[in-house]
Each structure stands twice: as structure tokens, then as C-alpha cells.
Design a protein around this ligand. Structure first.
Ligand code: HEM
Length: 411
């Protein structure tokens, strides 16, 4: 069935419930790669769908700002932007100063020290899950790993991990009715994600901060409370939103990556076989899983001036959505983009962003977790299949899977 440019409303979460409208993105890349989308409640936005154009937008932060209007398509009133914004919603130079506080803790060398810890963790998670035979892969495996790794890096006690993940679900699933109430969202627009759950996360972060003040350690919370920019420590609000950003940024994204990865291997059993036969493929497979999963569909920027962009006149203050999910299937960059190929190299996937000042801080950590998770999981499975429907998150922002029942025969 052919699809027309007016057929899909990218501003609607409902368009993503049954799956990503890949065909529609292919049409946009072909016919209107810088495409205007009307919104029923909002001024509308430009949709950027080509890999190269997404690259240009994210690197040119002077023209396409993260600070003006933030990085979500939601229209936040000017008075509400300030209290909720973390570094992801800022431009240089302030952004770079804040980012520098944690950056060196996430280099490939810095995160490599976690490899054995992650391997040991996933083994224990699988020891608990696999004997069940039939279970929800999201709850028992995919959600467990990033949450526990995060707890370790941040210095949060392990006993708190369920609490943190439940807070994260309630915060980030805001567009899914299972997790949020629309009226409540309207009342809380001065809070991150327009959600009162942010306050619970702030409170938890403050509790950790006071315990680290008394007992400093080699963890991120200690780094945040000791940080100074031009001799001035972070304000309470800066600390709160920084903590919340770190607590949420790596959790759901890595969880959805691992879930989509297993789903892709179930749906492409010949690729699973390739991994079994050739363990050197786990490294490229992690990037292919990331490309395939694209856990964050889009990000937003706002034009700081009138500008012509690939034949379109973008006006100052126009919203721009960069659809990473489309860049990851761009046929000008990827050969057979709709084929899941665990050996794909090179693989310039854009799931962590295409580069530029906001390139994902946790990219090396997330890639490591993904590789190690599959290195441990696959050899322990004789057989794996779906045991029920895969339930997706209703969101045009997250490519989330809420539940994925699987049946396994351990090897
Ligand atoms: C598969 C997992 C992950 C995906 C797909 C992902 C994706 C992204 C994306 C798309 C961005 C914005 C990039 C841009 O605007 O150009 C971002 C930013 C960020 N990510 Fe990740 N992320 C993941 C895991 C993590 C982890 C494990 C952490 C660990 C703390 C993390 C921390 C951050 C932070 C702090 C930012 C903001 C960076 C800035 O504004 O400078 N992410 N991530």
C-alpha cells in the first residue's frame, strides 16, 4: 500500500504505538527531507530526516540551539524553561563547563574498568531469569542491567535500584497513559518532564548528596557536590537537574536497546546463528543493535535566526525535530538499511546523536553494556522465542518496549 506525505502525523504519539513508521520516513527522505509538520496544539515544526542534515543541525549549535526552547518538542512557557533545564537543554559555553564535571568518567578507558563488573552482573541476572523458562525479558533482564550499573557508577545503594527504575518509568513514560495523568502534566510544567515525579528524584539525589558530604567517595555524586565552575559550586537546582539527567538518560535507553536487540535476533534467527558461530561479531553487533533500536526517535533544536536550510526557509524560533530513527535508515549512508546485519561495518549509526556538543556522554558505557549483555546471553540459550505480544510504549520520543514475554530453553 502506498503512503502519502499527508498520511502520517509525526506529532502524534499514536503513530508509533504499532511500530515506527519507517516507510513514511523513507518517503520523507526521498521527497521532502526538510518537511513542515503542523501540530494540533502547537506552532508546528520542521522534520529533518536525512543522516547528513541531522549531522549539520546538531553540530551548528549557534544556528540550531538546544537552549532556546529545550530539546523536547513540547512547548514550554519561557518562565518554566529555566527551572527545569539541565545541560542537555543548554548551549556552550555553560553547557561545556557543566559537561566537563563528568566527561572524563565516561571515556572508553574510564568505562572499560566496569567490563568485568557488568559481565558478573549480567551473569547473575541471567542465573535468576533463565531458569524461569518463560518470563518478561524487559523486567527480568533488560531493565535490571542498566539500573544496577547506574547505581554502581552514581554511588546509589543497590537496595534502592527498584525504586530508581520505577521513578524513571513514571518520569519518562509521560506520554503513555499507563504511567502519567494528563491533568497532572499540565499542573507541573515548571518541572522536568512536566512531572511531579521529578521532585521525588530530586529528593533522592539530595539524600545521596548529604551522605557523600559526610563520606566522600570516588563516584559521580561526590564529583557533582565538589565541582566548582569559576570558583562557584553548583546551585541546588543545578545539582538537582544534573542528578535527574544522569539518573534517567542511561536507564530506559539502554533497556530498550537490549530488548530491541533480542527481538531483532528472534526475528532474524540467521543473525543469531552468526553470533553463535563467530564471537568476534559481538562488537559490530552492538552498534547494529543500537542502529536498529534507535531508543530515542528524535531530538529538538530551535532556530536562532532566519536561515535557508536545503531549500527551505526556516524562521527564527521555529522548532526543528531531528529524526535519528530516520537517519539510521538512510539509504544514502547504509547499504540495505532495512536489513539487520550483525556484521555491519562501518556503522555510523546516530542513536547517540550524530556528534556535536551534546553527543551522548554515556555512549561508550551503553555500547559496552550492550555488547557484554549479548556475549553472555546468546551462548546460554539453546532456543528463544516470543511467548506473547510485544507491548510498545505510546511515544513519538522513545522507541520503548514495555513488556516482551519470552520462552527460553537454556543451553
Ligand atoms: C543505548 C543507550 C543510550 C542512548 C541511545 C542514548 C542517546 C542519547 C542521545 C540521542 C543524546 C543526545 C545527543 C544529541 O543531542 O546530539 C544523549 C545525551 C546524553 N546522554 Fe545518552 N544515551 C544512552 C545511554 C546513556 C548513558 C548510559 C548515560 C550515562 C550517564 C547517558 C547520558 C547522557 C547525557 C548526560 C546526555 C546529555 C549530554 C549533553 O547534553 O552534553 N546516556 N544520549
Amino acid at each position: 500500500m502506498s503512503i502519502a506525505l499527508r498520511d502520517v502525523d509525526l506529532s502524534s504519539h499514536d503513530e508509533f504505538v504499532d511500530g515506527v513508521p519507517y516507510e513514511y520516513f523513507a518517503l520523507l527522505r526521498r521527497e521532502d527531507p526538510v518537511h513542515w509538520v503542523d501540530e494540533s496544539e502547537g506552532p508546528g515544526f520542521w522534520s529533518i530526516t536525512k543522516h547528513a542534515h541531522i549531522n549539520e543541525v546538531h553540530r551548528d549549535w549557534r544556528t540550531f540551539s538546544s537552549e532556546r526552547g529545550g530539546t523536547s518538542l513540547e512547548d514550554i512557557e519561557p518562565e518554566n524553561i529555566e527551572p527545569r533545564k539541565s545541560m542537555i537543554d543548554m548551549d556552550p559555553p555553560r553547557h561545556n563547563q557543566l559537561r566537563a564535571i563528568v566527561n572524563k568518567r565516561f571515556t572508553p578507558r574510564a568505562v572499560a574498568v566496569y567490563e568485568e563488573y557488568i559481565r558478573d552482573l549480567i551473569r547473575r541476572i541471567l542465573d535468576d531469569a533463565l531458569p524461569m523458562g518463560e518470563f518478561d525479558f524487559v523486567r527480568e533482564v533488560a531493565a535490571e542491567l542498566p539500573m544496577r550499573v547506574f547505581a554502581e557508577i552514581l554511588g546509589a545503594p543497590l537496595d534502592d535500584r527498584r525504586y530508581i527504575v520505577e521513578l524513571g518509568d513514571r518520569l519518562l513514560g509521560a506520554s503513555d497513559p499507563e504511567y502519567q495523568d494528563a491533568e497532572e502534566l499540565k499542573r507541573n510544567r515548571h518541572l522536568p518532564f512536566s512531572s511531579p515525579v521529578s521532585l521525588e528524584m530530586f529528593e533522592y539525589g539530595r539524600k545521596l548528596a548529604s551522605s557523600r558530604k559526610a563520606d566522600p567517595r570516588e563516584d559521580i555524586v561526590t564529583a557533582l557536590i565538589q565541582a566548582e565552575i569559576d570558583g562557584v559550586p553548583l546551585t541546588q537546582r543545578e545539582y538537582d537537574v544534573y542528578f535527574l539527567l544522569l539518573a534517567t538518560a542511561g536507564n530506559e535507553t539502554t533497556r530498550h536497546t537490549i530488548t530491541h536487540g533480542l527481538l531483532a535476533l528472534i526475528e532474524n534467527p540467521e543473525q543469531l546463528e552468526r553470533l553463535r558461530r563467530d564471537p568476534s561479531l559481538y562488537a559490530p553487533a552492538a552498534d547494529e543493535i543500537l542502529r536498529w533500536a534507535t531508543p530515542v526517535h528524535h531530538f529538538r533544536r530551535t532556530a536562532t535566526c532566519d536561515v535557508e536550510f536545503h531549500g527551505k526557509q526556516i524562521k527564527e524560533n521555529d522548532k526543528i525535530a531531528t529524526w535519528l530513527v530516520s537517519g539510521n535508515r538512510d539509504e544514502e549512508v547504509f547499504e540495505s538499511p532495512d536489513v539487520f546485519d550483525v556484521g555491519r561495518t562501518p556503522n555510523p549509526q546516530q542513536s547517540f546523536g550524530p556528534g556535536g556538543p551534546h553527543f551522548c556522554t554515556g555512549a561508550h558505557l551503553a555500547r559496552l553494556e550492550t555488547r557484554v549483555a549479548f556475549e553472555e546471553l546468546i551462548p546460554r540459550l539453546r532456543h528463544v522465542e516470543l511467548a506473547g505480544p510485544v507491548e510498545r510504549l505510546r511515544s513519538n520520543f522513545f522507541n520503548g518496549i514495555k513488556r516482551m514475554p519470552v520462552r527460553v530453553e537454556p543451553a
